[in-house]
Write a protein that binds this ligand. Structure first.
Ligand code: FUL
Length: 494
């Protein structure tokens, strides 16, 4: 049974352990360092920060989907200005089950719906504004997109999340901070009480000017409180402090991706000035080097989410029908997100019928079947492990047969923290060890790709770690080559 302690108890724990961290003491989500620690002690302690149960469950979803659907679908815009006529919202063949089943067959485990985008048009019949589906001709104003999507999710056992844009270009109160915050809280409350369980709440950071140039000050601590009290199992993303924006919208994770970081969203002046002092933001390359830990006062478990659209835009535009990402692009995105210690949030926007376009559905099907084919064929005989790896130690793994492989999977047991700073994978080929791949962080999951090889065994070395690493799985696979694939590592002798 692991023991979670608060940072207030930290000093006592450290002293009683003679300043070496006891193996069963963890800090859930946050650790504030006492001032007296050396940098080595701080680095070691960083290895004991762990996710909350909600964050851990979210991480295991791996594949989640974004649905951008709303008034923009019918105007062809990416950002509406809030003056759109609700009468434009008229899906001709709306079918939430088609979204859910297409995504589920491709391996996706959650759908996050844009309940309200920046234009302020609400996809549910809210009591807070007339600017909603209730004012549209769709289902004679009796419809509720949020409900139909949630019901379809429940029917197929798909998790459900909401995107509710704080920036609202329709609300007249926007910019009048207390008044608009009240409206936003009421909208959030409707969404979090009328539709059953919600697993992720996505708060975009956009904070455009209100009418007459007034600046809206969002009351983030109140918004957090509403989510935490109404949906305790939900994670709060982006401007939320459970799930971090990876820093780009191209589907690109970092080679070195720490889930532990001093970064937290800029929701108040204290956090803002700390982020500025450390020169960190979601787009920073370095989010948890040893140098950064030395300077940090507090560290958080704040894992990365990679959001990217299957098309150039977030909303559907018919002129982009021929620009749906190729299978190769989606596969590269998978390796750069799920394979780099992140959750993928892939946007697939429904068209004006209210259905996912045939091209997108077919691409999803190809993607799901390609990924399943790779990982259903495990080539290691003994990769399910509980390996306690010290820096510089290696372990060998047997292949089931002399099969060709080009992909290796590594996983840390993150409920005991993220620790590995560098690793190496070698293959026994023609009586010698050849380097197949090397990398830095592992975290929840790391996938590395290399040239086709047929080793009889593998050797994994944990070259650097912040404390004894807990490796729970090593896997080896063959990924069939695809047109235009990314350059892989060439095999090298060491
Ligand atoms: C951004 C928004 O401005 C885009 O329209 C989209 O919703 C994306 C996911 O987040 O900040």
């Amino acid at each position: 049974m692991k023991k979670i302690i608060s940072s207030g108890m930290l000093l006592i724990a450290l002293l009683s352990a003679g300043c070496s961290q006891r193996a069963n003491t963890y800090f859930e989500k946050k650790l504030t360092f006492p001032g007296i620690l050396t940098s080595d002690q701080k680095v070691k302690l960083s290895a004991y920060i762990v996710p909350t149960q909600q964050q851990y469950e979210w991480q295991q979803l791996e594949l989640t989907a974004f649905i951008h659907f709303g008034i923009n679908t019918f105007t062809g815009r990416e950002w509406g200005d809030g003056t759109e006529d609700p009468a434009l919202f008229q899906p001709t063949d709306f079918n939430a089950e088609q979204w859910v089943t297409s995504l589920q067959q491709a391996g996706f485990k959650m759908i996050i719906l844009t309940a309200k985008h920046h234009d302020g048009f609400c996809l549910w019949p809210t009591q807070t504004t007339g600017h909603s589906v209730a004012a549209s001709p769709w289902r004679n104003g009796q419809g509720d997109i949020v409900r139909e999507v949630k019901e379809a999710c429940d029917k197929y056992n798909m998790k459900f999340g909401i995107y509710l844009s704080p920036w609202d270009r329709n609300a007249t109160s926007y910019g009048n901070s207390p008044k608009y915050n009240e409206l936003f809280v009421r909208q959030l409350t409707e969404l979090l009480t009328h539709y059953g369980e919600v697993h992720e709440v996505w708060f975009d950071g956009a904070n455009g000017e209100g009418p007459n140039g007034k600046v809206q000050q969002y009351d983030w601590s109140r918004f957090y409180h509403v989510v935490d009290s109404l949906q305790p199992n939900a994670v709060k993303a982006i401007m939320g402090d459970d799930v971090r924006w990876v820093g780009n919208e191209h589907g690109l994770g970092r080679q070195t991706e720490w889930s532990v970081t001093p970064l937290n969203p800029d929701i108040n002046e204290t956090i803002q000035s700390e982020n500025q002092r450390l020169k960190i933001s979601p787009t920073a390359e370095d989010l948890c080097s040893r140098e950064l830990i030395m300077e940090a006062k507090t560290l958080y478990w704040y894992p990365s989410e990679v959001d990217v659209s299957i098309r150039p835009g977030w909303f559907y535009h018919p002129e982009e029908d021929h620009q749906v990402k190729s299978l190769q692009q989606l596969v590269d995105i998978y390796f750069q997100s799920v394979g780099m210690n992140s959750v993928l949030l892939l946007n697939v926007p429904p068209d004006t019928r209210g259905r996912l376009h045939e091209t997108d559905v077919e691409r999803l099907r190809q993607f799901g079947s390609y990924i399943a084919t790779i990982f259903q064929n495990e080539q290691l005989a003994d990769g399910e492990i509980s390996w306690k790896a010290r820096s510089g130690t290696s372990r060998e793994f047997m292949m089931t047969a002399d099969e060709t492989i080009n992909t290796v999977l590594l996983q840390e047991e993150i409920q005991k923290g993220q620790r590995v700073e560098a690793f190496r994978v070698e293959g026994w080929i023609d009586n010698e060890w050849l380097l197949l791949a090397e990398g830095t962080t592992i975290g929840y999951k790391r996938l590395v790709r290399f040239e086709d090889a047929a080793p009889s065994k593998l050797r994994v070395t944990i070259t650097e770690t912040r404390d004894i690493a807990n490796i729970k799985k090593v896997g080896a696979y063959y990924a069939p080559s695809l047109e235009g694939g990314q350059q892989k590592e060439t095999l090298r002798k060491r």
